[in-house]
Design a protein around this ligand. Structure first.
Ligand code: CA
Length: 230
């Protein structure tokens, strides 16, 4: 059963979210401050999804988010951020935080559940090993073997190209910002120029697109990043 960790210091809201999640069949863990939240994230059983308030006692949500992304053991866990102020949205949308989605308070519980379901469906909450193959039209990617096929032909990719394609396909039809791609593919330990992403996208297109100058699979979303269609 999928486990959701709710880190929120407003008790009423936290309880409402927990009730709604439980009614949907999720297992729920809760934390009322940032430090407790981080402990629970790093505990023996990682949550499959984290609902994370920004303003929290002891440790704020944006810091937690960065720490989660920084740690390879937790980097894959999807995060929905909650914010009380529209002014904070810029920070989240810039995805410098590494959040996957956000909601501005007050929000409807129906909307909340829809976002949770969407992230769970994307499979981002599953440990990387569980999903072994991903397909899109004639493109097939084998995760454990780290091999990619286009039709019958195997395509040779560098390690980074493979990781990049995996990240794009795992989040297919969603826009990924350069920052998010850098975080997930290169990790926070690397101080890499954002243009590195563009260069690797270009190399990848040359290998997987029918017409690399007119890409249909990896499309550019102007001013934001890239989206894998399929
Ligand atoms: Ca709060």
């Amino acid at each position: 059963m999928a486990k959701v960790l709710v880190i929120e210091d407003e008790e009423n809201l936290a309880n409402n979210l927990a009730d709604k999640l439980r009614a949907e069949g999720y297992t729920v863990a809760m934390a009322g401050d940032g430090e407790t939240g981080l402990d629970k994230i790093r505990g023996d059983q990682h949550p499959d999804l984290i609902v994370l308030d920004i303003m929290l006692p002891k440790l704020d949500g944006l810091s937690i988010c960065r720490m989660v992304r920084h740690d390879p053991a937790t980097a894959h866990i999807p995060i929905i951020m909650l914010t009380a102020r529209g002014t904070e949205v810029d920070k989240i949308i810039g995805l410098e935080s590494g959040a996957d989605d956000y909601l501005v308070k007050p929000f409807g519980l129906g909307e909340f559940l829809a976002r949770v379901r969407a992230l769970m469906r994307r499979g981002m909450g599953r440990p990387r090993m569980e999903q072994d193959e991903m397909e899109s039209e004639d493109l097939r990617l084998n995760l454990t073997g780290r091999r990619v096929f286009k039709g019958q032909d195997e395509i040779k990719l560098s390690n980074k190209e493979f990781d990049l394609l995996t990240e794009l396909m795992r989040n297919r039809n969603a826009v990924l910002s350069r920052d998010l791609i850098l975080t997930k593919v290169w990790g926070y330990d690397y101080f890499v120029d954002k243009r590195t992403v563009d260069v690797h996208i270009r190399w990848l297109r040359e290998k997987i697109e029918d017409d690399p100058s007119n890409p249909k699979r990896i499309v550019t979303v102007r001013g934001v990043g890239y989206r894998f269609e399929g």
